[in-house]
Design a protein around this ligand. Structure first.
Ligand SMILES: O=C(O)CCC(=O)C(=O)O
Ligand SMILES: [Fe+2]
Length: 314
């Protein structure tokens, strides 16, 4: 399973697409999205609604955040596993990450900011909240297209209302070597949809269904959109949730941010009946996302090839 430089993720252009306004390109883009997610579970999105100066400001804010002393950063805590500060792991020593729950909600971002900077940091909270808010439109466009293309748009409101947004921000230290070092181990995301954005340092790799690694070549103009295990289960296996990892080399730190749409605590992931029939038998028993996450972070869950299959596979 070597890296294949010639392989590329599909690129899909969302320019001028809005959630509410009709656009003649909607149907074309929708079929591109569906095809990419069935085949790769992932694509690159050109989405210029998020202005370039806000994208640049994001990396300034991330640097400021990760430059804080460790004793401050570990104050970023959450009741949910993997929502707060993560770092200093011997297996992935380059990696550090923090989370902002409900990153589109002003008070939530403010309260996280005030824990990091007790005297406040208005430009940090403004950047985080605007970035998350503007990017959440892409999440909603993609999810609307997904439900429409599977013919289950009648569940759209329920589906949207059952999730909230976590912004996770990541720093990968430069390994200062020419050979490649593991930044983040191979995994599939456990949520609904993830949208990643990163500075110019490459490292993200996505595994194809036939076992080839695709290296994502970062661009300030594109976001990476990826399906998580919960949407894989909800779509009764129609949409792929790809394994991916981060490999680091060179002398520059990599900063990235992921907007994760996540099922709310207590909400049950269950494939709609329209997606289950003789040809497509139910693949996963209905499950509570938070309980699944708790299982995933047990020793056994971490060892599983697919925690989703072990936890609730039929
Ligand atoms: O940093 C990245 O590009 C990927 C991060 C990631 O896969 C994750 O946080 O789940
Ligand atoms: Fe991931």
């Amino acid at each position: 399973m070597g890296s294949e430089d010639t392989l590329k993720l599909p690129v899909i252009d969302f320019t001028d697409l809005k959630l509410e306004a009709k656009n003649p390109n909607w149907e074309t883009v929708k079929s591109q999205v569906h095809k990419a997610l069935v085949e790769y579970g992932c694509f690159e999105a050109i989405f210029d609604t998020v202005p370039l100066d806000l994208r640049k400001a994001l990396f300034g804010s991330l640097q400021e955040l990760f430059d804080l002393p460790l004793q401050t950063k570990i104050l970023n805590m959450s009741k949910k596993p993997y929502h707060g500060y993560v770092g200093q792991y011997p297996m992935i020593p380059l990696f550090e990450s923090m989370g902002i729950d409900d990153a589109v909600v002003h008070e939530k971002v403010e309260s996280m900011t005030n824990i990091m900077w007790p005297n406040g940091n208005p430009s940090f909270s403004k950047t985080i909240q605007s970035f998350s808010g503007q990017l959440s439109e892409l999440d909603q466009i993609v999810r609307k297209m997904i439900l429409e293309s599977m013919g289950v748009e009648k569940y759209l409101e329920e589906h949207m209302n059952s999730t909230n947004y976590l912004l996770r921000v990541m720093k990968y230290k430069a390994p200062q070597t020419t050979d490649t070092k593991l930044g983040l181990s191979t995994h599939s995301d456990k949520n609904i949809v993830t949208i990643l954005y990163q500075n110019g340092v490459e490292g993200l790799e996505v595994l194809t269904k036939d076992g080839k690694w695709i290296s994502y070549n970062p661009s300030p103009h594109t976001f990476v959109v990826m399906i998580g295990d919960s949407l894989h289960a909800w779509s009764n296996g129609r949409l792929h949730s790809p394994f991916h990892r981060v490999m680091m080399s060179g002398n520059e730190a990599r900063y990235s941010a992921g907007l994760f749409s996540i099922p709310k605590g207590g909400s049950i992931i269950k494939a709609p009946e329209e997606l289950v029939d003789e040809e497509h038998p139910l693949l996963f028993k209905p499950f509570d996302h938070v309980e699944f996450l708790k299982y995933y972070y047990t020793e056994q869950g971490q060892r599983d090839q697919s925690a989703l299959h072990t936890y609730c596979g039929v």
